[in-house]
Design a protein around this ligand. Structure first.
Ligand code: DC
Length: 230
């Protein structure tokens, strides 16, 4: 790819942002960064160190540790996934469970956590050629991103997809639905960097779209920018 660009993908929880980002990453050889994984990693750290209980974070304790937390991504060529590491440990599976999902919004709303992670994300994006997904990428992390997508889908459809994907006897459809509703609410209502569609973002509602339709749409938008610059 000759022209170097950054692509921001924001949207609601479990609407397939990472699927889009991974497809873009493969097709256009761009680096994929999952910023949700970063908030999840900090949440796991809080859970492992008794810094969160019933939605209340011990912010003093977390602040003390935050600068020594080492977050990283490593590409696993076997399963073609960029995996998340916390202080050297591969935590990719641990951060996807319901316990982290149930607690992550409480950590993600803390201003000093967001400040640290946004700076880290901006640093990663400096060299360009990055596709990043999250909630505030187009509005806060890369307000000048060459392309921004805002992805959404009906919450019932998102919960059904997630339920089928998890395929777990321990988690019910209603638990997943309630968790998604709670996260939508927390993500859009928090004071610091709430989830909001950037004015210049391209909206994708994939409630009734196949993956192929979605990819065709997304790829054509990117190819147009790479060719014409807009
Ligand atoms: O994308 P995800 O579901 O893995 O994100 C986990 C949580 O992290 C989600 O509830 C919102 C939060 N998040 C955020 O606040 N800002 C981001 N840039 C990415 C995720």
């Amino acid at each position: 790819m000759s022209k170097k660009i950054n692509i921001a993908i924001d949207g609601h929880s479990s609407c397939g942002k990472s699927t889009i980002a991974k497809s873009i990453s493969q097709k256009f050889q761009m680096r994929y960064i999952d910023t949700g994984a970063m908030y999840r990693a900090i949440t796991l750290f809080c859970l492992q160190n008794n810094l969160i209980s019933e939605g209340i974070v011990n912010t003093k304790g977390l602040k003390k540790h935050l600068d020594s937390i080492n977050l990283g991504f490593e590409y696993n060529s076997e399963n073609k996934v960029s995996e998340t590491f916390l202080n050297g440990e591969n935590i990719e599976n641990k951060i996807r469970g319901l316990q982290v999902s149930e607690n992550v919004s409480f950590v993600a709303k803390i201003p000093f956590v967001r400040k640290k992670l946004v700076l880290l994300q901006q640093e990663i994006g400096k060299e360009k050629n990055v596709v990043m997904d999250g909630r505030d990428i187009g509005t806060k992390v890369f307000p000048d991103a060459e392309i921004k997508f805002f992805v959404t889908a009906d919450v019932q459809i998102r919960a059904k997809r997630r339920f089928e994907e998890m395929n777990s006897k321990d988690v019910s459809f209603d638990q997943i639905l309630n968790n998604l509703k709670m996260r939508d609410e927390n993500d859009t209502r928090r004071d610091t960097n709430p989830l909001k569609m950037a004015e210049d973002a391209i909206l994708i509602d994939n409630s009734d779209k196949s993956l192929e339709q979605q990819n065709n749409f997304v790829f054509s938008k990117i190819e147009k920018v790479l060719k014409n610059g807009n």
